[in-house]
Design a protein. Sequence first.
Length: 270
Amino acid sequence: MAVATGCLVVAVDDASAGAWPLDLAAWGAGAVVALAVSRFASPAFARVVTLAAPIGLLASLAYPGQAGVHRWINIGPVHANVAALLLPAFVVALAALVRDGSWAWLACAACAVLLILQPDASQATSFAAAVLIVVVRLPVARAIRIGAVVLVSSGAVMAWLRPDPLAPVAEVEGVVGLAYALSPPIAVTAVVALGGAALAPMMVATGPERSAARTAALALSAYFVFSALTPLFGAFPVPLVGIGVSPVIGFWMGTGLLAAIASREDATPD
């Protein structure tokens, strides 16, 4: 509903009417990917995701930026926001791999630093919220817990303090305003639909309170909630409602991996 509402708003807007079909296609393709991930993803896949996120963020720094901001890489015809594409699945994988040792936390630290360098205050804040939930809820060594809390929290603060000169784009950062100008009820529908999508991961995991799946669900919802809230405080993309393929695919990837972890926990005898 969030994506459909955003596409409707942009389709009606004369200045950006041609920007929405790719988002609808991404929604359908992402659903197929999520279904495949939910059925076939293994612990090895989670480890690949954990490595892919810092590698992708590092690659974004090598691409030409916009006014000194480096958040994107080109994947074929798609100008992908790496953090929005990969971090949802990363925070789910982190919850699943927290007992595997310190290497996953090294990847986490790399992501936090690279989000400062991009810079991306919205993603750094959303990432910090998700990681904090993981370290508080799951058994993590004291040194790692303290280090992770300090790093992601200070990383979010530093990302907000770095200059971000990019001007907002109406169909991306300003889409709620476009919706309100078109029809206030449509704007309300868009916001409610976005809130529902952000909380949707909580319906996937119904296992024990301190299980990895339940923690991953909380972390993923925290990531989505903060991604939705930070545009209130700066020129950041509105996920799902705003035009952008990366948040759509990222949403499906994270949800699919969460479903896979929850399914595996349900199938494991006590």
